[in-house]
Design a protein around this ligand. Structure first.
Ligand code: ADP
Ligand code: MG
Length: 379
């Protein structure tokens, strides 16, 4: 039985002029029992509101919420067996770490000895055993967030809602706590719903990733599926860094096969751009699109540099000009001007100098095609 089922949930706020702010619009989502699901989207897209609806801190304007098979839409928050962790921990400043962690047990009148045992055990999971007597002001940012996590976990909740708990931490600490969350999730067997605006964190943590934009759910899938088969242009652009490369062109069929015909690059005398052969699967998917303009999406690692064809999925090189070079050590990132668009290419090969005209090969086997108007993937 899923831990959480949301059906068509909506929330409308009123702005200063009484205008409707549709924070959550008809969201349906199911979180499996024991799953770690990340919810990701840009700031203001409704992530916090959705968590608050699940926790019962905000009444919904429409839709139904099921928790462990029970209709929870009208159940008050304290009876939902949900723990929450926020971005800034929100610890009680006058209490020690131990008292902060023990607080939810105290509220529920858990016997003192049992409470102490659980506080010690939870603190040990989070590496806090040596700072239990300190107050929040005497803890580092990372330790404070660990105390907030311990306070949420001390009750052994079935469902943990995390609202950007790592975003106030610096990068190394964020990476460390990210790994710790994965470990804790594995240990506890609880359901985690983890909210972040950081696609990297969402991909790294989530068993599945739910992508949200402007109050609506765009796609829910395993991280690799979201990366390789984005449902629309928003997901394609939002997931992945450096971002996906996009190019408009025409689908063209003839006796030889089906092709993506690049538009001629701007500028006088530019040679005719090549037509790139599509795979058999793409040919089937795009059989009704002969002569139709589409958007091609190709990840930065699916492009290789000349002189010879390295990418066996490609049969014609495309002319490009090197406009930027970033040497990172493990790879080099090239910014290319290609058929009138700016592309980013990741490579481990020798790269041509800045300003050089060159040729690249596009491996279309991993390509995704999108409707020019709706942005929906054509598959
Ligand atoms: P996120 O967490 O993804 O950044 P939020 O859920 O906080 O997004 O906000 C979604 C939208 O709802 C935003 O436009 C925000 O300004 C608005 N909003 C959130 N809470 C309130 C509120 N209490 N009153 C009015 N508008 C709100
Ligand atoms: Mg938020």
């Amino acid at each position: 039985m899923p831990a959480v089922v949301i059906e068509n949930l909506s929330k409308v706020f009123r702005g200063p002029q009484g205008e409707a702010i549709r924070a959550v619009q008809g969201v349906s989502l199911s979180v499996d029992d024991g799953e770690l699901l990340t919810l990701v989207g840009p700031s203001g897209c409704g992530k916090t509101t959705l968590l608050r609806l699940i926790a019962g801190l905000e009444p919904a304007d429409g839709g139904t919420l099921w928790l462990a098979g029970r209709n929870a839409t009208a159940i008050p928050p304290q009876e939902r067996d949900i723990a929450l962790v926020f971005q800034n921990g929100a610890l009680y400043p006058h209490m020690t770490a131990a008292q902060n962690i023990a607080f939810p047990l105290q509220v529920r009148r858990v016997a003192r000895a049992e409470a102490q045992r659980r506080v010690r055990e939870t603190a040990a999971w989070l590496g806090l055993s040596d700072c239990l007597t300190r107050r929040p002001a005497e803890l580092s940012g990372g330790q404070r967030q660990r105390v907030a996590l311990a306070r949420a976990l001390v009750r052994r909740p079935k469902l943990l809602l995390l609202d950007e708990p790592l975003s106030n931490l610096d990068a190394p600490l964020r990476a460390e706590l990210r790994r710790e969350l994965v470990r804790l999730h594995g240990q506890l067997g609880a359901t985690f719903l983890h909210v972040t605006h950081d696609q990297d964190e969402a991909m790294a943590l989530g068993q599945r990733v739910a992508v949200m934009n402007a109050g609506t759910l765009q796609q829910v899938d395993r991280p690799l599926t979201v990366y390789r088969r984005p449902a629309n242009l928003f997901v394609a652009r939002f997931i992945g860094a450096p971002p996906i490369n996009l190019l408009r062109g025409l689908i063209r069929r003839d006796g030889q096969g089906t092709f993506f015909q690049l538009h001629p690059a701007a500028g006088a005398g530019s040679p005719r751009e090549p037509a790139l052969r599509l795979t058999d699967e793409q040919t089937v998917n795009l059989r009704d699109f002969d002569g139709v303009e589409v958007v091609l999406g190709l990840r930065p690692e699916a492009v290789s540099l000349g002189p010879t064809n390295q990418a066996s999925g490609s049969d014609a090189p495309v002319a490009a000009v090197v406009e930027g070079i970033e040497t990172l050590g493990h790879e080099t990132r090239l910014q290319l001007s290609l058929a009138g668009s700016v592309w980013i290419v990741r490579t481990r090969a020798e790269v041509p100098p800045l300003g050089q005209r060159t040729r690249v090969w596009l491996d279309l086997r991993g390509a995704r095609f999108f409707d020019v108007t709706s942005g929906q993937a054509l598959a």
